[in-house]
Structure formats: structure tokens, C-alpha cells
Ligand binder design. Sequence first.
Ligand code: FES
Length: 320
Amino acid sequence: MNTIAVRVAVADAIAQDIRLLRLEPQDGTSLPNWNPGSHIDLHLGQGITRQYSLCGPHGDTSGYQVAVKLEPTSRGGSKFVHESLEIGSELRISAPRNHFEMSANAGHTLLVAGGIGITPIISMARALGAKQQQFELLYFSRSDRHAAFRDELEAGPLQASCRLLFGLEHDAVEEVLESALNDRYEDSHLYLCGPKAFMDTVRAVADRCGWPEDAVHLEYFAGADPTDQGTQTSFDVKLARSGKVLTIPADKTIVDMLRVEGVEVETSCEQGVCGTCVTRVLDGVPEHHDCFLTAQEQRQGDCMAVCISRSKSKLLVLDL
Ligand code: FES
């Protein structure tokens, strides 16, 4: 995959445990265009690649901004960003990809962010604000100190459409959501991003309030650990193009075994979040562990995230 050489131009703490980086191209040219909801890969060395949503000014291609939360259980990515990168550090990034695009036809947009899930959401809010489209943003954060972009959301031009909610318990979160999600306009769309438990709560409330599946758009920023999927069994994968059959042991992923065989498959997050590795299933029944495919796509079963998902049938035939 082609990557872009960038240099850290700004590295600022913008809230407790959240560091904002501005990355500018090393050759002084422009970066590729991007839309709200886009993310990039940061290649952090030693084989560590992490995805972060772009959260800078809408349409800015002179530099990209990402905001990274220091995760207490960091597997190296956020710790590296917080402790090892400084102004002038050089690294490589991918071009932006967008799996969380806003619908062009929404009459009204409801944006819901939990914690660092504000990063794709603030780009959406700015874009809607610039186009003077109707939206409402609910931003749930542990405390005011943990809230990123607080000045802009509380006092800037977006203020009238934004509600910041600090330190609410689960029941209070549900109450706020119930009142915001009730009485949906016919053409409303909901975009949400945050920790998995928070997203599950928002989805459950949306479901209760009658939001159709195709009006609810999600972006997970952390998926499951492929090595932590409970007790697994082995299964076989047939590669349709060569006819080769691989056995996937209980403690390995399909991607692991494809690599052993020298079969190229593009990956990025390897946590079932980004969708880069999604592959067509020609036969067999996948057991989905990703949080990228929609519930409907998972039910259909004709594609799967091979970095994390497994098989319910003894054999899967993949379009590889
Ligand atoms: S590599 Fe991201 S979903 Fe598989």
C-alpha cells in the first residue's frame, strides 16, 4: 500500500490524556482530499499501525489532524503517540479512507459521541454547520477535563447545536438518549462513535425508538483482540482461485494462515474495525466477530472480515 511521508507540526494536549497531532507532508505538497468520517493509518514503526479519524478543519489538505487518547491498556499505539512523538518527528501515513460517510440526503442529523468518539463526529458537525444544515450533537464525556474541543463546542459557532454531558451514570445517559431519539423525523440520520458498551446502549435506544437500521451509522474505534475470542475450534478455508485448502487452528486467524501460505490480503486494524480485509465468502457460514459489517451484511453471510472472524461450518470457501 502506498504511504505518505509526514512530519509532526503540532503536538498539543487538548484534554486529559488526549493529544492532538497535526501532520504535514514532508515534501510540502498537498495531502489527498478527505470527507468527515475519514480515517488514516499511522505507521508507528515496529509493525504498529493504528487508525485515527481526521478531526481537523473541514477540507484542510495542508495538514491532517488526529486526536489520540492514551489508552491504559495500550498495545503500543497510543502510548507511542503520547510518549515518543514530538514536533519534527517523521512518520508515514495512509491516504484517508471513509467507512463512516454522511448521507447527502439527510434532512436532520443527530450526532452522538462518547469520549474520544468525538473525533469523527466533530468533523461532521463542522461540515453541517458550514452548510447551515440542521443537526444536534450530544457529546458524553467522563468530565469536563476529559472533553476534547470543548471551547469550540461550548462557545463557538456550533454551540447552539451542541450539548456536552459530563459524568452521567448509565441510567441518565439512557434518559438523555431516549428524549433525543424519540420522535424521529422521517429523514433523520444518526451517526455515533464511542466505546463499544456506549455504542451498544445508543443502538438499543435507537432500536426501541423505532430508528431503521439504515438510518443508524456507526464507527467503532477499537475492536476485539483477535487472540481473545474465547474458546475456538479449527476449521478449513478453501481459496477458490488456487483450490488450496488451509486449516485454521483454534489459536490463529485466517489472515495469520494466509500469510504463512504467502497469500496477500490487505489489512490495517486487524481488529475487525476498519473493513480493509473484508473478503467475499463463496460457500460456508462465517462466524462474525467484527464490528465493521452491518447486522444485515453479517446475516447475509457473503463477506467477512478475515482478520478476526471465524467459521460456523467446517469449510469456508473464500474468493481469494
Ligand atoms: S483489517 Fe480491519 S477489519 Fe480486518
